[in-house]
Design a protein around this ligand. Structure first.
Ligand code: PHE
Length: 343
């Protein structure tokens, strides 16, 4: 009996219908009063008592499956295809919902590039695998300076002679040096890319993230120019009421140096969880390019001055889109990355 149930199910699964009449034929064949299903139900009386339970369940399941098959044929969605061809119908229109969307980091990256392009900044790129010289020494990090340790560097190879060490860049400031070596002032560029630090991965920190580096070198570039540029950027990125605050800080390659804070646009400076009740959130570091950095890149510090800044892209995206876990950017779960529409 179980065998007969199975073969009837297989027979129904193979049944194809292109017209309403053919669907009706299916119903008559399997599900009508005199159909094959009822014939099996009639035989149920003869099933030995100890098998009744098993056979009864199989029969009920068959009934459900036949009814489903009838619905499938009715809606024209025959799983096995239609009589006209064996495979799925390739001419069915494609749902536009399946189209891809841009990663939130790409959206933020593009927006940053656009804002700075309108201020005359070109876009430049540099290597992620770098030598000690470009990542540290040329940026005025003294050989045993503790700031090297603070950067949690991933070394690719550590040579006996310090200046030959190869590493994964810990910031995008390496591109500043490469740029100044190859182009003469006036220089006005934005450099966006991936950086690496040997940090434990958590909701707030990752071993890889992105930075946007900015550099402006010319005659008479002042700290006021830096402040104006950052202020304009903050308003464009986070809204016109955004304020900025520069806090004194230290970087070997800038003097004076400052951390860049923006007023918390979520609570409008009143104090919330995002800004830890301070009304301000940090987005990066900045300062006037140290004369030593200009000279190591072949630019005369007597003639030129410049400013530089570096901002965390994930940080900006997290603030902009209210994202509370940095790991989400790298998991590539489409339920997360597919929900952002524009920065
Ligand atoms: N490179 C610094 C960092 O990664 C940021 C910075 C860039 C600071 C340029 C000053 C000037 O923290």
């Amino acid at each position: 009996m179980i065998d007969r149930i199975k073969s009837l199910e297989a027979e129904a699964a193979k049944w194809l219908a292109d017209t309403a009449e053919e669907v009706e034929d299916f119903r008559i064949e399997f599900l009508s009063k005199k159909g094959k299903l009822n014939a099996l139900f009639d035989q149920f009386k003869q099933v030995p008592k100890e098998e009744k339970r098993e056979v009864g369940q199989a029969l009920n399941a068959l009934k459900v499956s036949l009814e489903n098959r009838l619905e499938e044929l009715k809606s024209g969605l025959s799983v096995a295809g239609s009589k006209k061809g064996d495979g799925p119908d390739v001419f069915l229109p494609v749902g536009l919902d399946g189209l891809g969307s841009l990663h939130p980091l790409t959206l933020v990256r593009r927006r940053i590039t656009e804002i700075f392009a309108r201020m005359g900044f070109s876009s430049e790129d540099g290597p992620e695998i770098e030598t000690d010289w470009y990542n540290f020494t040329a940026l005025n990090f003294a050989e045993n300076h503790p700031a090297r340790e603070m950067q949690d560097t991933f070394f690719v190879s550590k040579e006996a002679r310090q200046q030959d060490d190869v590493l994964l860049r810990t910031h995008t400031s390496n591109v500043q040096v490469r740029l100044m070596e190859h182009k003469k002032p006036p220089l006005r560029s934005i450099m966006i890319g991936r950086v690496y630090r040997n940090e434990a991965i958590s909701a707030r920190a990752h071993c890889q993230f992105h930075q946007a580096e900015g550099l402006y070198v010319d005659k008479n570039v002042s700290f006021k120019d830096l402040k104006d540029t950052l202020y304009h950027f903050a308003k464009e990125m986070f809204g016109k009421d955004t304020k900025i605050r520069l806090r004194p800080s230290y970087f070997p390659f800038t003097e004076p140096s400052a951390e860049i804070d923006i007023s918390c646009f979520i609570c409008k400076g009143k104090g919330c969880n995002i800004c830890k009740k301070t009304g301000w959130v940090e987005i990066g570091g900045s300062g006037m390019v140290d004369p030593n950095v200009l000279s190591s890149s072949g630019i005369d510090p007597e003639e030129y001055t410049g400013f530089a800044f570096g901002m965390g892209i994930e940080r900006i995206a997290m603030l902009k889109y209210d994202i509370n876990d940095i790991r989400l950017f790298f998991d590539n779960d489409v339920r997360f990355i597919g929900q952002f529409k524009g920065a």
